[in-house]
Design a binder for this molecule. Structure first.
Ligand code: NAP
Length: 246
């Protein structure tokens, strides 16, 4: 479904980003596996893709750093001549109740989750506008729709990602570029593995399908949004959450 496409997936060294990178490569895309600190894990993702006959490379860039994003993405355009798909997936949590949340914890989450998506969207859309084609997929969260106690910073960042998605979709739709968001619920990854058992149990009670999702559930939604099949969909938020946010 994605033969010959050049795809950039931020935060693809593990979890949901890794699953999206693997799924895109399986569909024929050449994948830029972005990471910040986990070089060995990103190289392992590239190795797995190449072993399966696909094409990929790992590139370090802290998405929270505006000028680093410009350099990173300009280099990809220089070498590959185009970027067809951008997935803004890189994200962090620094949970804590509002009264105890530090300024640093608030800023760090906004800077990576929201500003990081802005940085990459800004520099990639410049190239997509020249191409008059492109797909941007932002990974939000049900926390950005419903809010989540203990996640004021994270919920604000993910609600912001939805606003960014809709504004960007309106701005660049006329140039053949779609911008959509995926809002996962609880997905089995390192991010949710660390949750206390009581929190996991309480979460499952809120999920109509009564279980956490798998990274593949999110990855296949991203493949669909990146494909020709989704060419008339823009500015939407697709929840992959077992019914949690309906
Ligand atoms: P994860 O396992 O913690 O992986 C996060 C990824 O983001 C890693 O590859 C990490 O790479 C990268 N990253 C973090 N900060 C970065 C930065 N500044 N620049 C570049 N890369 C950075 O997380 P996940 O569970 O797969 O989540 C992926 C996305 O889905 C996030 O946006 C998250 O908010 C969202 N989400 C997850 C869930 C869930 O249940 N897991 C639910 C809703 C939404 P390094 O290790 O190299 O830093």
């Amino acid at each position: 479904m994605l033969e010959g496409k050049i795809a950039v997936v931020t935060g693809a060294s593990r979890g949901i980003g890794k699953a999206i990178a693997l799924a895109f490569a399986k569909e024929g895309a050449t994948v830029i596996v972005n990471y910040n600190g986990s070089a060995a894990k990103a190289e392992a993702v590239v190795e797995e893709i190449c072993q399966a006959g696909g094409q990929a490379e790992a590139v370090q860039c802290n998405v929270a750093d505006f000028s680093a994003c410009e350099t990173f993405l300009a280099d990809i355009v220089k070498r590959y001549k185009r970027i067809d798909i951008l997935v803004n997936n890189a994200g962090i949590t620094r949970d804590g109740l509002l009264m105890k949340m530090t300024e640093e914890d608030f800023d760090a989450v906004i800077q990576t989750n929201l500003k990081g998506a802005f940085n990459c969207t800004k520099f990639v859309s410049r190239q997509m506008l020249r191409q008059k084609a492109g797909r941007i997929i932002n990974i939000s969260s049900v926390s950005g729709i419903m809010g989540n106690a203990g996640q004021a910073n994270y919920s604000a960042s993910k609600a912001g990602v939805i606003g960014l998605t809709k504004a960007a979709a309106r701005e660049i739709a006329s140039r053949g570029i779609t911008v959509n968001a995926i809002a996962p619920g609880f997905i089995n990854t390192e991010m949710t593995e660390v949750l206390p058992d009581a929190t996991k149990k309480a979460a499952i009670e809120q999920i109509p399908l009564r279980k956490f999702g798998d990274v593949e559930d999110v990855a296949q939604t991203a493949v669909f949004l990146a494909s020709e099949k989704a060419k008339y969909i823009t500015g939407q938020v697709i929840c992959v959450d077992g019914g949690m946010a309906m």
